[in-house]
Design a binder for this molecule. Structure first.
Ligand code: PEP
Ligand code: MN
Length: 269
């Protein structure tokens, strides 16, 4: 991000009780909230809070490759808001259009996610930057697909900052083409380059980068060793009962508990 916005940025960014740069930020939760089973999210949220997560994620609307796959449901937003009320954890979800943006702003969402598929949707970036300007809502911006160059990634963030919100978290999430056995081509290492080029925080998404639950812990530690300010991890109390990416790539809150301890150790190195 250009230096002009370092003035807009109030200096320190504190989210979920974590001042970025002072300790690692752990965002975790469902890929997708199942509106038919709200208790799954409530259980995940309670367990993640116990495990040391700072922010709860949960997909309300989902960008699915196939139009016949589950696309999300506005009811899931109420469930996410209720999970925040029960745990005190701030909440994050992805928005893809104006209507969704209005609904999450009415719900006083703590963090808006811009997905990889919308990472260069400049009118959406501008609208989200403007809608969140002067609010406490931060923006998690995923790296664009298939393989957004670093400068394009930073320029996308620039749209949000220029529209008025400098509280942006840059989120590498793997690139395409993928490596055999992985969902994408893991790109945790891009963190170092991003940190050199901007003052914005970098919060890596190892879940979509590797796309397999068993590979996620290693990728989290890699992100930490590359100097990430935090991670966003898909986690589910009972992954096989989840929808969207949860059965394949979510780790349990139990796994998160030890992983967050280990991640903090690596981050402190
Ligand atoms: C997600 O976070 O569930 C998601 C859809 O991510 P991405 O936009 O990186 O594919
Ligand atoms: Mn997902």
């Amino acid at each position: 991000l250009m230096d002009i916005h370092s003035e807009l940025a109030s200096g320190e960014l504190t989210l979920g009780g974590v001042t970025l740069g002072k300790e690692p930020l752990f965002i975790a939760g469902h890929c997708t909230i199942d509106p038919k089973q709200p208790n799954l999210l409530y259980e995940t949220a309670e367990a993640l809070k116990e495990a040391g997560a700072h922010i709860l994620r949960g997909g309300v609307w989902k960008p699915r490759t196939m139009p016949y796959s589950y696309q999300g449901d506005q009811k899931a937003l109420e469930i996410l808001v209720e999970a925040r009320a029960r745990t005190g954890l701030p909440i994050n979800t992805e928005v893809m259009d104006d209507d969704q943006l209005k609904l999450v702003m009415d719900a006083k969402i703590d963090m808006i996610q811009i997905g990889a598929r919308n990472a260069v949707n400049y009118s959406l970036l501008r609208k989200i930057g403007a809608a969140t300007a002067g609010t406490k809502t931060a923006v998690l911006l995923k790296r664009g697909r298939p393989m957004a160059p670093v400068d394009e990634f930073l320029a996308a963030a620039e749209y949000i900052a220029a529209a008025g919100n400098p509280n942006i978290l840059l989120c590498p999430r793997g690139t395409l083409p993928s490596i055999d056995g992985y969902r994408n081509h893991p790109d945790e290492c891009i963190t170092q380059l991003l940190k050199e080029k901007t003052w914005a925080a970098v919060v890596v998404d190892p879940s979509h980068s590797v796309g397999r639950a068993r590979y996620v812990p290693g990728a989290v530690l890699a992100a930490m060793s590359y100097g990430a300010d935090g991670v966003v991890v898909e986690s589910h109390i009972n992954p096989s009962h989840g929808i969207g990416d949860d059965p394949k790539q979510s780790i349990t809150p139990d796994v998160c508990r030890q992983l967050f301890v280990d991640a903090r150790m690596v981050w402190e190195l």
